[in-house]
Write a protein that binds this ligand. Sequence first.
Ligand code: FMN
Length: 206
Amino acid sequence: MKECLNLITERRSITFFDPTKEVPEEVIKEILEVSATAPSGYNIQPWEVIVVKDKEKKRRLKEICYGQQKVEDASANIVFIANTKAGFEHVDKVLDSWIDLGYVPAENRDMLREKILEGWKDKEKAKRKAIRDCAFFGMTVMIAARAYGLETHPMEGFDEEALKEFLSIDKDKIVIMVLAIGYKHPEKKLFPRAYRFKFEEFGKIV
Ligand SMILES: Cc1cc2nc3c(=O)[nH]c(=O)nc-3n(C[C@H](O)[C@H](O)[C@H](O)COP(=O)(O)O)c2cc1C
């Protein structure tokens, strides 16, 4: 338990990455697959990623991220994309799996399909669902990365339009975050963690 808590509480947004240390592609893929066990509404998994690892492409991505140096220094950057059409695109695979595994009888398929898609027809609802689930996935990646001895830095500071054009991302999809991933620079020190609100400030038990 302590180990898991440490992975959470010792995570920081690492500003200084070691530009000389590479994370193998296989490790990044493994972290992403482990993290894809994150939960999602009706198991629709409305997330996609593009991993930017190539040096030249990282340089262009840095410009799109308003010059944030960590983008270039990190071994890679994972672009998290919320797919607002995932309900329609993934529903059949989800239902196949449920029926194969015996979660639901085959005769309930059409009724369930309709019920699941109901939540994806309205554009605003679909956006909220896709962003919410994609964010769970993103947080899981940050924690899983630490279990592999890696550090991360989430970023919302990017020009979404330019990023979509650069990576040919569909206009209906939403880029929720760029996540730098790599090893911390051994000589750079981070500031201590800044103030976190206490339970009494953000919660109540009723
Ligand atoms: C969705 C998201 C977007 C963020 N965007 C940026 C960013 O563009 N640039 C940056 O320097 N930090 C960014 N941060 C990092 C936060 O500033 C950082 O998480 C916060 O100050 C707490 O620090 P800690 O993560 O080290 O605990 C972002 C964090 C999140 C979760």
